[in-house]
Ligand binder design. Sequence first.
Ligand code: NDP
Length: 300
Amino acid sequence: MAAKLIDGNALSEKILAAVRQRMEETKVVPHLVAVQVGEDPASVFYVKNQKKQCEEMGFKYTLDQLDVKTTQEQLLSEIERLNRDENVTGIILQMPLPEGIDRRVVQQAIDYRKDVEGITPTSLGLLLQDRPQMVPCTALGAVELLHAVVEKIEGLDCTIVGRSEIVGKPIAMLLLSMSRSATVTVCHSKSKDLAAKVASADILFAAVGKPAVIKGEWIKKGAIVIDVGINRIPLKDKDGKPLLNEKGKPKYTTVGDVEFEVAKERAAYITPVPGGVGPMTTAILMRNTLEAALRIKNAL
Ligand code: NDP
């Protein structure tokens, strides 16, 4: 029987509605500042989306655009200024940073109370100590999608493929927390026999960034599959030739890391890509942003 889809669009709408309601009740309006050094095209795209989302929520959003020649010292003093500014309740440091700037040093300088992305050492340390405050948005969104279909995961075997600081590792910490107590296996590019680790999982999180790296036939029957991967791949016709749009440019589609068509015949639940973890990331960012503002204004 085909798996049931876990609808990330529907759950993220619920989260956003709750954020709006909380804002209405508390009358606290967050002010999120995105610091961007230079104009990397991917970063420009994210900034545009963040602005749109914040405006839709009624948050104040400021793009703090710095010259590509900004030095690390100058960037650190800008972060310090934003930390001190009582009217700023959230800070996002846009990646990538120009060469010569150490990402970790600058991230560490962000006041953890304003760290809406949950990426400072303090935020990650609090998560490790099982007293989370700001949790990386994609990781939390992925785990909340899991809880949309199963509440109790105590003792269940969870495999996470991917060990990045913003996705794989924080998912592992969330699943290991005392309130969840899952049994967690974390895999990466050096892991041996990935197929066996996936096949043993009651719950699978795929966070790699490679299309179909997880074969559908590896999935345990009845498993829950959360596919975090976002991969743009060119569309091809039946002869394998690239499909072109009206401007003669290649057409693309977005897929996850899991071979969806096969996996959905084995899993009990699976997230679609797009429409799974993607919208959750944005919704959790909005919720983190309001929570940071509430904490700073002592309204939480
Ligand atoms: P990273 O590139 O930082 O991490 C990828 C991880 O996958 C690494 O741990 C790497 O191992 C591991 N890996 C690579 N190849 C293999 C392999 N063949 N077998 C097993 N493991 C492998 O990526 P992110 O964590 O930032 O993102 C992961 C995916 O999630 C990407 O597709 C990204 O686009 C997507 N993403 C989606 C978001 C959303 O909103 N839905 C937000 C953020 C990310 P090693 O550590 O050994 O190199």
